[in-house]
Design a protein around this ligand. Structure first.
Ligand code: ARG
Ligand code: ZN
Length: 466
């Protein structure tokens, strides 16, 4: 086997304002200085993302060799300046940057933590589209999250498992790393022959040259940077269809015997089910990757290609597929609203079970509700978990899902499912907040729901009446 290169770990800085609940967004830096701000002021990750421009498209060119854990890459970003820019930032961790150009002219750049600060030769005018190309190489930086979990470019025995929620992307490509700035992506991933590389979207081509294979993928729907993937390794790849949508299923040989392909095969029916319930599947392709990386310890709904660190349970597949609607197409605006992803995906598991002869969503609710008042799902409200180290804690999933079931009972099935359909239809490819959801629920139900949502989402106590 390949010699295991030492993993390059970095402890990601946690925002100083981590505990702040304020959703105030940092003003774009001083218009007079012409500098784009280094962050977008997310309460959990203030430096994630940058101000002053809007990315339209990423073109990633990645060449990775696992034996040396070395990535030789260039990323080309097409963006539009939203203010006059004398300089601007991208998020990138580690690597040696050899060259940056803006509109094909060499630009000067400096590094400062996760910030790559670029000064173009010719300042950028507000409203103009520009192209920045960053050439970089080195060992990818695996990011350790505030909760101790690993993400980013995580080396495996034969490749890498690539997952980035919430802040792994700058560990392998320069990005405006904020879910508010969605863009389309194309990727050319070059790996040693015999290795399969899986990006987002549809497979455009696969070409062998000089002992290497280049896999080209294209995602044509706007995508938040954290949902990008380039997982690679020894995989069996099977292509099928859900209606007209191509599905790509890649399974590590170690997981084939665990029944991984059968689990993934359920995807076509799950897509049909949620398409009926919520509205048409958001993207032009789908699929999933089952790798063998159990040390990662979680799955992720990477756009069009859910990532599983090992053979998932049937419920986990349902969960990740539902995120394509809620999380990926309808995206949060700030990370403290993570329940809009996880609560909706967990409720989706409940309703899927209910409509497939399993326990009713109310029975699932009852199980959650039976937890004692001292449980952290009650003491930590979903919209204020107490910091980014708790952003994937049980309250976000279970109390988030319970909130939706409680709403269902309160407004009735007809209104409730109308709300969910409208939530998706109105916000497809967009960004939302909890306040937006409350507003929609009130509008559709004709009820005043402030007290209801306050009890379920904001109070550090077990709801008793609602
Ligand atoms: N969104 C994932 C899910 O489907 C969880 C991601 C957890 N990420 C992490 N860095 N621990 O539930
Ligand atoms: Zn989830």
């Amino acid at each position: 086997g390949a010699p295991m290169a030492r993993r390059h770990l970095v402890r990601a800085a946690v925002g100083v304002a981590a505990a702040a609940t304020s959703l105030v967004v940092a003003a774009p830096a001083t218009a007079t200085s012409g500098a784009g701000s280094p962050g977008l002021g997310d309460p959990y990750f203030p430096l994630a993302g940058n101000g002053g421009y809007d990315v339209r498209h990423y073109s990633l060119d990645l060449d990775y060799v696992r034996a040396t854990n070395f990535l030789d890459a260039s990323t080309t970003i097409t963006a539009r300046a939203t203010q006059d820019l004398r300089r601007f930032n991208l998020d990138l961790r580690g690597f040696t940057v050899s060259r940056v150009t803006v509109n094909r002219l060499p630009a000067t750049f400096t590094r400062d933590g996760q910030e790559l600060v670029v000064t173009p030769r010719v300042p950028l005018r507000r409203g103009k589209t520009f192209v920045v190309k960053v050439e970089y190489k080195g060992e990818p930086t695996e990011v350790i999250d505030p909760d101790g979990s690993s993400e980013g470019w995580v080396p495996t025995a034969d490749g890498a498992f690539v997952v980035n929620e919430p802040q792994g992307s700058p560990g392998w490509y320069p990005a405006n790393d904020n879910p508010r700035d969605k863009a389309t992506y194309d990727m050319a991933i070059t790996v040693p022959k015999g290795i399969t590389a899986i990006g987002n979207g549809r497979l455009l081509s696969k070409r062998d040259r000089g002992g290497k294979t280049t896999w080209r993928w294209y995602e044509d729907s706007p995508m938040a940077p954290y949902l990008a993937t380039a997982t690679n390794g020894v995989f069996e790849l099977r292509v099928s269809k859900a209606g007209r949508i191509p599905l790509y299923h890649a399974v590590d040989p170690a997981e084939v015997a665990e029944g991984a392909f059968d689990r993934l095969a359920a995807e076509a029916e799950i897509i049909a089910f949620f398409s009926d319930l919520y509205g048409p599947y958001p993207f032009s392709s789908g699929g999933g990757v089952v790798d063998h990386a159990p040390e990662v310890g979680y799955a992720l709904e990477s756009q069009t290609k859910s990532q599983y660190d090992s053979t998932p349970s049937a419920g986990t597949v349902v969960h990740e597929i539902s995120h394509q609607w809620f999380g990926n197409s309808v995206s949060l605006t700030v990370w403290p609203d993570i329940w809009l992803n996880e609560g909706f995906a967990s409720f989706s598991e409940w309703i899927y079970d209910e409509r497939h002869g399993g326990p009713t969503a109310q029975a699932s609710f009852d199980q959650v509700y039976a937890r004692p008042a001292t449980s952290s799902i009650w003491t930590r409200p979903p919209t204020n978990v107490g910091g980014p180290q708790f952003m994937f804690s049980g309250t976000v999933y279970d109390r988030g899902a319970a909130t939706l079931q409680a709403l269902r009972v309160k407004v009735g099935d007809r209104t409730f499912f109308r709300i969910l359909r409208e939530w998706y239809a109105d916000n497809r490819n967009g960004n939302v907040t909890t306040a937006d959801f409350v507003r929609l629920a009130e509008k559709r139900s004709g009820q005043q729901l402030d007290a209801f949502f306050d009890t379920w989402l904001y109070q550090p106590a077990k709801p008793t009446t609602w």
